[in-house]
Design a protein around this ligand. Sequence first.
Ligand SMILES: Nc1ncnc2c1ncn2[C@@H]1O[C@H](COP(=O)(O)OP(=O)(O)O)[C@@H](O)[C@H]1O
Ligand SMILES: [Mg+2]
Length: 240
Amino acid sequence: MSMRAPVSDLPLVLTDATIAAGGVTILDKVSLTLDAGPPTMLIGPNGSGKTTLLRAAMGLLPLSSGRISWGGRDNASPARRAIVFQRPAMLRRSAAANIGYALTNATGASRAQRIDELLALVGLAGFGNRPARRLSGGEQQRLALARALARDPAILFLDEPTASLDPASTKAIEDIIRAVAARGVKVVMSTHDLGQARRLGGDVALLHRGRLIEHTPAEEFFAQPRTHEARNFIAGELLV
Ligand SMILES: Nc1ncnc2c1ncn2[C@@H]1O[C@H](COP(=O)(O)OP(=O)(O)O)[C@@H](O)[C@H]1O
Ligand SMILES: [Mg+2]
C-alpha cells in the first residue's frame, strides 16, 4: 500500500480555537497540539463540542477566533486529511465504486489493485461488487474507513465510528483503527465509549461545554485524572 508515515500535516496545532454560532460558544479557546503517534481520543458529554472540534481540525469550519495550523501552515490543503462522519453516506453504487470515487490519482490495473487492497484492509475482501447501501451498518462503517484511507491521509478524523454498532462490529472497527495507526496514520477520534478510549488511546482529550478540560496520556488519564471533571466523567457521573 502507499500508506506511509506522513508528516507534512503534523503537528496539528489549535491555538485558542473558538467557534461561536447563534450567540453560543461551541468551542471556547481550545489550545491543543497533536503530533504523530497513537490515536488521540476525544471524549466528553453530548454537546461538549467533539464533532465541532473534529470538523474544525479537518478544516471544514471557519474559526470565529484563534488559529489552527497543520505542519506549521494555517492554510494547508486538506489533501492529506480525511474524516469519517458518524453516519457516512454511501453512493448508490457498488462497494468498489465507493472507494474508486475517492481514488483520484490511480488508473487502470493499479486502481483495481488499490481498491482490492483497501477492501482487504477493512475486512471486506470479496464485497467489491455488492451494492454499498445493502451492506450492514458495520460493513458500511468499514467501507467508509476504506474510502477515507483511499485518500492516503496523514491524519484521519473519526466521529464516534462505533456509536451504533454491536460488539463484534465494534471490535472489527477497533482492529482496523489499530492497523491504520500502526501504518503511521495519525488517528483523531471521538467516542462515547470510555473502554474504547482506554483500549485505543495514546492520549485523551476531555471536552466540556466547548472547553478543553484535560489532555493527558491515556494511561494517566484513567489512573490519575487531574481535574474533578475528568474524575466525575470517568466515574460515570453526568457532567452538566
Ligand atoms: N451550527 C451550529 N449552530 C449553533 N449551534 C451549534 C451548531 N453546531 C453545533 N452546535 C451546538 O454546539 C454544541 C456542540 O455540538 P457538537 O460539536 O455536535 O457536540 P458533541 O459532538 O460533543 O456532541 C451543541 O450544543 C450543538 O447543539
Ligand atoms: Mg458529536
